[in-house]
Each structure stands twice: as C-alpha cells, then as structure tokens.
Design a protein around this ligand. Structure first.
Ligand code: PLP
Length: 365
C-alpha cells in the first residue's frame, strides 16, 4: 500500500532519540526547551510551548484565552473534529463558518458578529490570509489551527509567527509536516499567554520557593499535557529538515499538476497565491464519483483518504451554533474530495502509479 502520508525518519533522527534515551532525563529535561526554541526560531515567534498533541495544544490555547461558557468559537466545517472540540473542552459553543471553494479555507469576510474567537484552519497547508480583515476594535481572539501548515509561508513570514493572531497550534503526528510520534506546540508573542499555557500543561502548578524548596501551589485546574524529552529530541532533529520536506511536497504537487492536467472529470486543488508558499500537507483532488475512485484506488493498493467528514455531519455537532444557511460549500466539497498520496518519502515512480491509476479510473467511467 502506498500511504497518503507518512513520516520520513533519518539516521540523524534516530541518533537524536538514542542520545536522549542514554541521558538522565526522559521527560521534564532540557530537550523539550531545546525543541521549543527551535520551533520559535523557525516560525519567528516570541514563545513556543510544547504539548502532548495538537488537540491538547488547542485545548490549552482556548483555556489560556479565557474562553468559556457563553463564548462562541467559530472554525471551519472542513477540518478534524479537534478544531471544533477546542471550544467544547472549555464549555464554549462551537460554530462553523463555511469554506470558500477557491481556497477550501474559511471565508474571513463571513465572521459573525457574535464571535468571541475564531480558529482558522490552514487546510492542506494553504495559509488562510489573516492580514485581510479589518477588525477595527472588534477583533475576536484568533487561534490558528496550523496542524497542516508548519513550513508554509505568507508574505508576512512563516505560519506560526502570530503576526495577526494570538496563538498558533501545530501537530507532530506522523502524517503531519514533521513528527514527534505524537505531539503539539503553541506559538505566541504574548508572555502572559505563554505562562498560562505552561501552567495548564502541568496541572496548574505554580512553584513558590518562599514556602520552602519543595513548595508549589495549585490555583486552577490544569492537565498533564506534557511532551517527553524523547519526542522533543525527535522534533528538534526533524525541524532541521522542514524546508527540504516542504520543497519535496511542492515538487510532488507540481508533478501531480503536470501529470493530471486535462484529465476529464478531475479538478486539481487550489494553488498558493503569489507571495505564499503552500505546505502541501495534503493534495486534494475532486471527482464526481468520489466513492468509486476511493474504492478503486484502495483496491489498487493506493492509500487515499477523505479530509474530512465535515464537522456538522458528526452526531456530536448537535450542540453547534445553528446557521440558517448551513455550510453548502463544505457539503458539496465533501461529496467530491479525495486526498492522494503526498509526503517526502513518496518516490517519483509511486507518484506516476498514482496518476496512472486515477487516469485509468476516469477513462473507464
Ligand atoms: C491532526 C489535526 C489535529 C489534531 O492533531 P493531534 O496532534 O493528532 O492532536 C487538529 N487539527 C487538524 C486540522 C488536524 O489535521
């Protein structure tokens, strides 16, 4: 099976992990801070706080923003459920803003006025242009879900520099741009938010040596959302390869565009506008008979996937902020989308096989 996404692990990555295994600290040691420093340097933010997953990172970011019951937090219908659950985790109400069929990202001109916060998702690695809205004095809290977008660039710098947002959350699951096995990170330029994120990650603990060397105090509910040093060492090694990974994903996207161009009944995914670099976490094609193509590709040993079953299709979404118009663009995209393999370990021959298989299916239609 050719997977739609997978990690790329080098000998240097393996050595970095082995080194930590032989060291004094498997967790709560120096490797986590080193990885945080590497991420904040790469994206150009003031702070970076590591978590056990992006889901934990989103929970922490929602909490650190002070969101809670009564707040409405809007995200995209075309995302993994964790983007919407971030609101639920803190007792806030999730809402959805439909995507634009031009970008598959939320339409920033359609943010309802009751938004306490928005969680824009950089779908497939294509950055949402957060410079566009003129919020005036009414800017909601902005938490970027950049699970797909480490390494993607905007005219104002890398995704994660938080130029137009409060916090940005990354995922290091093996199919994501870099991996730590499981893991996440929040970047921010606000030192108060950074402190809150760190407390939340570790049970709400505040150390107070005035009470004795051992003494600490808990004032708020926190969780155990820490990343281990083993994971962080892998992350520090992986992030040195991020620009190569993004270049390789962009080359593959280019090859797909060359080889799939002109196939009848097939639409290619949105391209990055001038000044942006696409992260190409996913390469999402559109066809009329998506179900047929999915089954055919799987039967040919090609691991395709659908990103995503829209948030509002899940039974848990009964608690969503209702929308009169619904989310028709997300619904119609969902009928047609299919993610075909793209990842640094994908070879040219495999990529050609994917294209030939898609073409064969469309010809037999
Ligand atoms: C993968 C993903 C997450 C969750 O990341 P984990 O690290 O698995 O918790 C959140 N949002 C989006 C858009 C994702 O793709």
């Amino acid at each position: 099976m050719i997977p739609y996404g997978r990690q790329s692990i080098s000998e240097a990555d393996i050595s970095a992990v082995i080194e930590v295994l032989k060291s004094d600290y498997l967790t709560q040691g120096p490797a986590v801070e080193r990885f945080e420093d590497a991420v904040k340097e790469y994206v150009g933010s003031q702070h970076a706080v590591a978590f056990s997953s992006c889901t934990a990172a989103l929970h922490a970011a929602a909490w650190a923003s002070g969101l809670g019951p009564g707040d409405i937090v809007y995200t995209s219908p075309l995302t993994f459920i964790a983007s919407a659950n971030a609101a639920r985790f803190v007792g806030a109400t999730p809402g959805l803003i439909d995507v634009s069929p031009q970008t598959f990202n939320i339409d920033l001109t359609a943010i309802p006025s009751d938004a306490s916060a928005i969680i824009p998702v950089h779908f497939a690695g294509l950055p949402v242009d957060l410079s566009l809205p003129d919020w005036g004095s009414n800017r909601p809290v902005i938490i970027e879900d950049a699970a797909h977008a480490l390494g993607a660039q905007t005219p104002d710098g890398p995704v994660g520099n938080c130029k137009y947002s409060d916090m940005t959350c990354f995922s290091f699951h093996p199919v994501k741009p870099i991996t730590t096995g499981e893991g996440g990170m929040v970047t921010t330029n606000d030192s108060d938010l950074a402190e809150r994120l760190k407390r939340f990650r570790s049970h709400g603990i505040v150390r107070k040596s005035s009470g004795g060397g051992w003494f600490y105090e808990i004032n708020e509910l926190g969780y155990h959302y820490r990343m281990t040093d083993i994971q962080a060492a892998l992350g520090s090694s992986q992030i040195q390869r991020i620009d190569d990974f993004i270049a390789s994903r962009n080359n593959q996207a280019l090859r797909y565009r060359e080889l799939l161009k002109g196939l009848e009944g097939l639409q290619l995914p949105p391209e990055a506008p001038a000044g942006f670099t696409h992260g190409y976490h996913l390469f999402v094609i559109r066809v009329e008979d998506r179900r047929g193509l999915y089954d055919f590709m799987i039967s040919c040993g090609i691991g395709v996937q659908v990103h995503y079953v829209p948030v509002h299709h899940h039974p848990i979404s009964n608690d969503l902020r209702p929308s009169e118009k619904g989310w028709p663009h997300a619904d119609s995209l969902y009928e047609q989308i299919l993610s075909i393999p793209i990842h640094p370990a994908l070879g040219e021959e495999e990529l050609e096989t994917v294209c030939l298989t898609v073409a064969r299916f469309l010809e037999e239609q």
